[in-house]
Design a protein around this ligand. Structure first.
Ligand code: RB5
Length: 255
């Protein structure tokens, strides 16, 4: 089992103690900071833990600040995160059982370290309920984040297919318009050999379309298990390539 842990200055001491506690249980801990009691901004550390959880690098996350509130609000802004503030045995159990929380948030100014350890144990020993009503509610939470997020949860593969098909048709439609006007513009400006231009568009389009499709499918299979930064760069490149893809359809339409 692997866990990501992060805190601000108010939670720093608890973070260090919880790290030791988890390591005695043979749980691998990824420390996302902060690394001292110097005042810092809690959203920075909540975000790091949130990204590790959303990208499935760890089994779950722990965030700590003075109240547990700030870090949970921040972590919940990341798609795929379900962070819950826990300060009783009951909330520790319900957070996992009912809400399928994948991040547990503690307040160092609310609970003692012994209480926090107890809540953490309860959280780890509780299973996510598979009762339909709870599962549906969790799905509804992620619907608020949009379709792609639902794919990442792996709840509905059909949504992936709808997503891909819709994306393909939207891209194609936009591309037809773009390509049509681009083709007209280039035609009027310099090109005489329209066939070569059409083949260039076709080649770029096929390459971009295929890579874009593979990327989407791979991302879904991996459940978003990728480094967030490089993922964002890749997505930008693919969006650019997908535009060429679209232009291909438009250009062919025109020629
Ligand atoms: C820091 O003083 C404190 O505001 C923070 O740790 C947290 O309680 C915010 O929610």
């Amino acid at each position: 089992m692997k866990v990501a842990i992060g805190s601000d200055h108010a939670g720093y001491e608890y973070k260090e103690l919880l790290k030791d506690y988890l390591e005695t249980k043979d749980i691998k801990v990824i420390d996302e900071g902060t690394y001292s009691s110097e005042p810092v901004d809690y959203p920075d550390y909540a975000a790091k833990v949130g990204h590790s959880v959303a990208n499935a690098k760890v089994n779950f996350g722990i965030v700590i600040c003075g109240t547990g509130i700030g870090v949970s609000i921040a972590a919940n802004k990341i798609k795929g995160v379900r962070a819950a503030v826990v300060n009783t045995a009951f909330t520790a159990e319900s957070a996992k059982n009912h809400n399928h929380a994948n991040i547990i948030a503690f307040g160092s100014r609310v609970s003692t370290i012994e209480e926090v350890k107890k809540y953490l144990d309860i959280f780890m020993n509780t299973k996510e309920s598979v009762e339909k009503r709870h599962v549906n509610r969790v799905i509804k939470i992620h619907k608020l984040e949009g379709w792609w997020s639902l794919n990442k949860q792996g709840n509905k593969q059909i949504i992936l297919i709808i997503n891909l098909v819709t994306a393909f048709f939207i891209e194609t439609f936009v591309g037809m318009l773009l390509g049509y006007f681009l083709g007209r513009f280039l035609d009027n400006l310099f090109f005489t050999d329209k066939t070569i231009l059409a083949y260039v568009f076709l080649f770029l389009g096929l390459f971009a379309g295929l890579t874009n499709f593979i990327k989407r499918v791979l991302k879904n299979i991996n459940g978003g298990n990728k480094d967030e930064e490089s993922e964002r760069n890749w997505i930008n490149i693919f969006i650019l390539l997908a535009r060429f893809h679209s232009c291909c359809f438009g250009a062919l339409f025109y020629f």
